[in-house]
Ligand binder design. Structure first.
Ligand code: UD1
Ligand code: UDP
Length: 362
């Protein structure tokens, strides 16, 4: 089988690390197309260097702009490559604009689409990711599903049968593979060294619903600053958030106990997750990584796609409506754990995906 994989945003590079390795072992010829959606060194290239993903065959250099502008330009760029290359299948990850652009381009050229991380739903159609994932699922030939809850979501939409493939979560594979490597490095991350063993909370924020709503972003900043009276906070700041903070004149850099940094590479990130007391985030991937490493998590959202972690007590939802409510949520989560559950498979999701693709006739 000859496959083209679409990546574009940070979490997709990380997922591709596991799947690329498995595809290679299964003898599948994979070439990677980078849309260019994320382009800073610390949002893109660092992951290729650290995780051994092959250099993309194509980079369309299409990042920034409105949803329509970005998705449309990516769609046209991907279509041109697919018409030229005629791959047997196209593989996409998750729910970004790059995912949707790839899935649409391929489906209309009758190239079968493999969707990794299918079936997730927030049931909030105001999220761009929800639109992207619903549409991608409905044009995909193989729906590689991470959880039972995602299978049930698809069933509710009438997507059933042998195309729905519960394989587990490839992010679990990646975390298992790299967790100890991150700690075994001869040089630890600058932030880890700087903290010198002090306890800390690790925070990330990038969802449009938080960054683009001044009231929510202010509540988050004030709550994190308030938390520093009790415990240090490490916050690698996403570029979208960096510019939203600047627009509001919120200076987060000169606060005692609040360590705002550039985005981390993956190895630094999972090193910091493994030693944190608490994870505070609106990221999908980071919610799960907190659980992989046995850390409590507060999710700065109204809902989550990873409902099993809330049900098992590992994660609690804290919509950022006020700083006081957030600080209460942080305090009550610190020091807690959840039930022992195994919702994300056994760390072999990527191998299962590769085996299924290898045994399929497109
Ligand atoms: C995107 C995805 C989101 C995913 C996130 C992962 C969509 C709709 N959103 O959100 O689902 O969770 O990636 O991080 O696809 N920017 C830079 N440098 C970069 C990348 C972005 O400066 O390397 C800035 C640009 O100003 C850009 C803004 O961040 O306009 C937002 O980037 P964009 O890719 O549109 O959305 P994300 O918020 O990153
Ligand atoms: N991540 C990283 N550096 C950071 C923040 C996050 O490497 O500074 C990793 C994180 O460990 C996880 C992935 O990025 O594997 C999650 O991506 P992100 O939060 O950007 O997007 P989401 O998962 O919400 O789509």
């Amino acid at each position: 089988m000859n496959l083209i994989t679409i990546v574009g945003a940070r979490p997709q590079f990380i997922k591709a690390a596991a799947v690329n390795m498995a595809l290679r072992l299964a003898g599948i010829d994979e070439r990677v197309l980078h849309t260019g959606q994320h382009y800073d060194d610390n949002m893109s290239d660092v992951f290729f260097r650290e995780l051994g993903i092959p250099v993309p065959h194509w980079n369309l250099g299409i990042g920034g702009g409105s949803h329509g502008t970005m998705t449309g330009a990516q769609l046209a760029g991907i279509e041109a490559v697919l018409m030229q290359e005629k791959p047997d299948a196209l593989l996409v990850y998750g729910d970004t604009n790059s995912t949707l652009a790839g899935a649409l381009a391929a489906a209309k050229l009758h190239i079968p689409v493999a969707h990794v991380e299918a079936g997730l739903r927030s049931f909030n159609r105001r999220m761009p990711e929800e639109i992207n994932r619903v549409l991608t699922d409905h044009v995909s030939r193989w729906l590689f599903v991470p959880t039972e809850a995602a299978v049930a979501n698809l069933r509710r939409e009438g997507v059933v049968g042998s195309d729905v493939l519960l394989v587990g979560d490839v992010m679990y594979d990646v975390a298992l593979h790299f967790a100890s490597l991150a700690l075994a490095r001869s040089v630890r991350s600058v932030t880890f060294e700087k903290l010198g063993g002090q306890p800390y909370v690790l925070a990330t924020v990038h969802r449009a619903e938080n960054t683009d709503d001044p009231q929510r972003l202010r509540a988050i900043v004030h709550a994190l600053v308030a938390l520093t009276d009790e415990i240090d906070v490490v916050w690698p700041v996403h570029p979208r958030t960096r510019s939203a903070l600047a627009k509001l004149g919120l200076n987060v850099d000169a606060r005692k106990g609040l360590h705002c940094t550039e985005p981390f590479g993956y190895l630094d990130m999972i090193e910091m997750e493994q030693a944190a007391q608490l994870v505070v985030t609106d990221s999908g991937g980071v919610q799960k990584e907190a659980f992989f490493f046995g850390k409590p998590c507060v999710t700065l959202r109204d809902e989550t796609e990873w409902v099993e972690l809330v049900e098992a007590g590992w994660n609690r939802l804290a919509p950022p409506t006020s700083a006081e409510a957030l600080v209460r949520a942080f305090r009550s989560a610190l020091g807690t754990t959840g039930q022992a559950i195994e919702p994300y498979g056994r760390g072999d999701a990527a191998r299962r995906i590769a085996d299924i693709l290898q045994g399929s006739t497109a």
